[in-house]
Design a protein around this ligand. Structure first.
Ligand SMILES: [Zn+2]
Length: 632
């Protein structure tokens, strides 16, 4: 986080930005804003808002903002998933340049310079309020924020299940409390706040009365609810006499697919359904109130535009232009989930005003002017244009300067993230050195993806329905690694040893993927085959020495075999690699208490874990237990 050195790179002139196409400030423009609030509506399509023509949804707060400020009708995100897209907004760089290509498996590297770091260095108070564990501070977006409120995780009373998201109401409670305190103590200090709302993310379950009013379309009910909550912020700012001084930017990290190209939800493709996002400014910075802009803009344009709006020098080396500039842009977007999670080729795309090109192991070219739904692939009709685009995408990929810091995910985190649909820890499914474009195209496997997605909703309540569905799919497609992995995992959980065969098959089909060896190890473990499970964890750790889940479970297997010293070393290594690993700390405490007779150390370790996660039910229980004399 070498902010100062990086700040020296600032220039007084707006290098690299199309000055000629700036719209000049005029007398009717409002005074320069002092403060900025960035509101990101997770999973919100542009066309879901009244300001973008949606009928039958009440979004009066955003409609009014659009009528008083500006609307960008053609705004695009660079990734259809949360962490990479927000990383682009906060760094002004596309994913190949900031290096965060997927959720969970990556974190924003500390040497990246973020907007809050730039503003903090300019004397701004900075705060962030996020609503999903996917944006937990461990993923690196907390850089530069005085306050990064990711205090989301809590546990249900009955089942002790972790809740890892929060509603807009709770997020705004925190944000408004911060703003009020800020106003009281530092009334002259300008501020930058980022407020992230997760409500529109699947499953769609808006609170009353939206649940009732939008019974036919709960997705839109979530958006109406977020609009109402943004109204609380607007009222607060007006009451505090801050509204006119504060630029509010409302956008989304990505949209949501409702069957377009066979996709449900988001992440698998990067078509317009999941990359076309709303972008509304609360103030008419560039023209008359209510002015709408039809030129194409992108998430990375926000950072330079915020600096300009605040009257600060531009930063150099960014990927965006000013929002006010109608200079031509080629918007880069990518969907990495197919390669990292599904053993398929990734998709990278370039979007010009007229054409969108998708580069995967097959190619697609659409004329969005004639074909906004992107259904008529022109690659065969226009091979030269397609070849040109392919070279241009390759150039962007080659310009990737960041390999990205990998985030190592621990056992406790993956258990919590399971409720958001994450089964495996992140990490690439594709062996290094292999050309990902030789893998099958996600377009041709979307049927499998969609069936799997539909089946996974049964996991919690009707696992046998999911098992039957997976067995049927494997009958049609006997070499699908994912199907073997998921079926194996579920059978093992159901106590069926056939699960081991499927986990073995998955690991044999893709032996370079440490995740599959870990799954197989967990399978052996379930049936008491601890020696076998240790062998698999060790294979996983040879492939990735920082695979926390493999090492943590290695410790458990060693403990089960009475190898206390080895187990202790394994858990210690986990904690060395991730000092927030509450389960490894818990197990070190257990060893201290049970095997070393050292309840003082046991309690100290448990307290260390509880400072990280005070509510975790196991830690609470063990804190009580270890306070009793050891061996008792
Ligand atoms: Zn998202």
């Amino acid at each position: 986080m070498n902010t100062l050195t990086r700040l020296l790179g600032f220039t007084a002139v707006l290098a690299g930005i199309a000055l000629a196409s700036w719209l000049v400030w005029n007398g009717s423009s409002p005074a320069r804003p002092r403060n900025v609030i960035l509101i990101t509506l997770d999973t919100t399509r542009a066309d879901a808002l009244g300001a973008y023509g949606r009928k039958g949804i009440a979004t009066p707060v955003l409609d009014r903002m659009a009528a008083e400020g500006h609307v960008f009708e053609q705004a695009y995100a660079h990734a259809p998933i949360t962490l990479p897209s927000h990383s682009s907004m906060l760094t002004g760089l596309t994913p190949p340049r900031h290096g965060v290509r997927n959720n969970i498996a990556y974190r924003l590297a500390a040497d990246q310079l973020t907007l809050p770091e730039m503003l903090k260095a300019r004397g701004f108070a900075t705060s962030a309020f996020v609503s999903s564990m996917i944006l937990d501070s461990r993923f690196g977006l907390d850089q530069g924020f005085d306050v990064y409120d990711d205090d989301i995780v809590h546990y249900t009373e009955k089942t002790a299940k972790a809740i890892v998201t929060r509603r807009a109401g709770s997020t705004f409670d925190s944000a408004l409390a911060w703003l009020a305190a800020q106003r009281k103590t530092q009334s002259d200090q300008p501020f930058f706040s980022w407020i992230h709302l997760y409500d529109a993310h699947y499953p769609y379950d808006p609170p009353l009365p939206y649940k009732q009013a939008y019974a036919d379309s709960p997705y839109h009910g979530e958006i109406a609810y977020m609009d109402q909550q943004i109204g609380r912020l607007v009222r607060f700012l007006k009451d505090a006499d801050l509204y006119d001084d504060t630029l509010i930017i409302v956008t989304a990290d990505h949209g949501e697919s409702f069957g377009e190209h066979g996709e449900q939800t988001h992440g698998y493709f990067c078509y317009g359904a999941t990359t076309h996002v709303p972008l509304i400014l609360s103030q008419p910075l560039y023209g008359v109130p209510g002015q709408r802009y039809a030129h194409q803009v992108q998430s990375v344009d926000m950072l330079p535009s915020i600096l300009q709006a605040l009257g600060l020098e531009a930063a150099t080396g960014l990927d965006g232009l000013l929002l006010s500039s109608d200079a031509a842009r080629s918007v880069f977007s990518e969907a990495i989930i197919p390669s990292e999670d599904f053993y398929l080729a990734p998709v990278h795309s370039l979007k010009d005003e007229q054409y969108t090109f998708y580069y995967s192991s097959d190619l697609e070219l659409y004329d969005r002017k004639a074909d906004p739904g992107e259904t008529n692939n022109l690659v065969k009709q226009q091979p030269d244009l397609a070849a040109l685009y392919r070279d241009r995408v390759q150039l962007v990929l080659d310009s990737s300067t960041q390999t990205g810091a990998k985030a190592s995910i621990d056992q406790a985190t993956i258990e919590m993230l399971r409720s958001l649909g994450y089964v495996a820890d992140g990490g690439s499914a594709v062996a290094s050195g292999m050309d990902p474009f030789l893998l099958p195209s996600p377009r041709h496997s979307v049927g499998i993806y969609r069936r799997l997605q539909a089946l996974r909703q049964f996991e919690e309540e009707y696992p046998f329905k999911l098992i039957e569905g997976l067995q049927a799919m494997l009958g049609e497609d006997p070499d699908q690694i994912l199907l073997h992995r998921d079926l194996g995992r579920l059978l093992v959980l159901a106590g069926d040893e056939d699960g081991i065969d499927h986990l073995q098959r998955a690991a044999a089909l893709q032996p370079a993927d440490p995740r599959l060896h870990t799954f197989l190890g967990l399978g052996y473990h379930q049936f008491g085959r601890f020696e076998d499970s240790i062998g698999e964890y060790q294979l996983a750790l040879e492939l990735n020495p920082e695979h926390l889940i493999a090492r943590y479970n290695l410790g458990l297997a060693q403990l089960a075999l009475g190898q206390v010293d080895a187990a202790e070393r394994s858990f210690e290594t986990v904690v060395e690699q991730n000092d927030k690993d509450i389960l490894a700390l818990n197990n070190l405490a257990y060893i201290a208490y049970r095997h070393r007779g050292d309840s003082g150390r046991a309690l100290a370790l448990i307290e260390q874990a509880r400072r990280i996660n005070p509510e975790h039910p196991l830690l609470r229980e063990n804190a009580k237990r270890f306070a009793e004399p050891s061996g008792g």
